[in-house]
Design a binder for this molecule. Structure first.
Ligand code: UDP
Ligand code: MG
Length: 323
């Protein structure tokens, strides 16, 4: 019999936790596998921890990992993966946008030999502009990323223990979970799942957070922006040489060369703009290197509720996350 971990990052999700626990249990209790819940509280300011603790008191399969403050969705997922002990680990949102009804199918696919089963989002409920942005992101990702990122596959997925071990062994700080999961390889299958509406509450993702996340994802898995700079350098050099030849030859044959102010200005502005843009691109990578070498942890665990284990007693996994 296998143990399946359900990792749920939560940030101010007091309205939905009990219902999530109820629906997931209802789906999975009839299955022969054991389950454990790993609720990761990402610094909630509402009653999420209190409610999760209540759930944990009533159901010993529930552990609550409380982070010391809000570290973000990615960090919460990382913490949950490191805390999980299952032979397979499922990551799902707290807000029931990831429908628990497909959990048995995920688990079934795993029993049939898949190492990663990721949900492919069908019928998003977000607004038109946001949906267009998502689709633009996945198209760009397909073109520039060094990995095959499956389209419309977010965090919602099941992973075999050996995949989780691969992710946990990665020291990388700037994490993009769906990308790292794709990077891990093994036998991966997609499964269509309807992306539902949030059960209650508001999205915890501002547009700024989403943009930062998407930028991080691209720069984590692509060197194309850097190559673009090199390419642009070549183009500029070629143009300069052509211009030079034109001026020299023109002067020699006595043509009337009048370098106008407007054309000079355009070239100047253009070069200036490109230099700034490219410095920005370089900066993105330098920033990432800076994050990596500082080696700060992505999250700090304040306490673990349930299971009677304190953070100090916990062995290796958490050390890796906070060391
Ligand atoms: N979340 C988190 N930390 C954050 C923001 C979000 O742990 O800083 C959790 C949140 O509680 C939810 C999941 O990540 O379980 C996805 O967040 P949300 O539903 O707000 O994003 P959306 O579904 O709108 O993309
Ligand atoms: Mg959501």
């Amino acid at each position: 019999m296998s143990l399946i971990s359900i990792v749920v990052p939560m940030y101010n999700e007091e309205e939905v936790l009990a219902e999530l626990h109820r629906q997931v249990s209802a789906e999975l209790d009839p299955l022969p596998d054991d389950i454990e819940f790993v609720f990761v509280d990402d610094g909630s300011r509402d009653r999420s921890v209190a409610i999760a603790t209540q759930i944990s008191d009533a159901d010993s399969r529930v552990r609550v990992v409380v982070l010391s403050r809000n570290f973000g969705h990615e960090a919460a997922i990382e913490a949950g993966l490191r805390e999980s002990r299952g032979d397979a680990v499922i990551v799902m949102d707290a807000d029931l946008q990831d429908g628990p009804d497909i959990l048995p199918r995920l688990i079934n696919a795993w029993h049939e030999g898949a190492d990663v089963v990721y949900a492919v989002r069908k019928g998003r409920k977000e607004g038109r502009a946001l949906r267009a942005a998502f689709s633009g992101f996945y198209r760009l990702a397909e073109r520039v990323m060094s990995i095959d990122l499956p389209r419309d596959a977010g965090p919602f997925s099941l992973m075999d223990r050996r995949v989780v071990d691969v992710l946990n062994a990665m020291p990388e700080k700037g994490r993009y979970f769906p990308g790292l999961r794709a990077f891990a390889g093994f036998h991966q299958v997609g499964m269509e799942a309807e992306r539902r509406e949030r059960l209650a509450g508001e999205t915890k993702y501002s547009l700024v957070k989403r943009t930062v996340g998407a930028t991080n994802a691209i720069f984590s898995f692509s060197k194309l922006p850097l190559r673009l700079m090199t390419g642009m350098g070549f183009v500029m050099t070629a143009l300069a040489v052509i211009g030079l030849i034109w001026v020299i030859v023109g002067t020699l044959v006595g043509a009337d060369i009048q370098p106008g102010w407007a054309s000079l200005m355009i070239v100047l502005l253009f070069i200036g703009a490109t230099v700034f843009l490219f410095m920005g691109i370089l900066g993105e990578y330098v920033g990432k290197i800076y994050d990596e070498v500082r080696g700060r942890p992505n999250y700090v665990v304040a306490e673990v509720i349930g299971d009677g284990v304190t953070p100090e007693q916990q062995p290796a996994p958490r050390e890796a996350g906070t060391a």
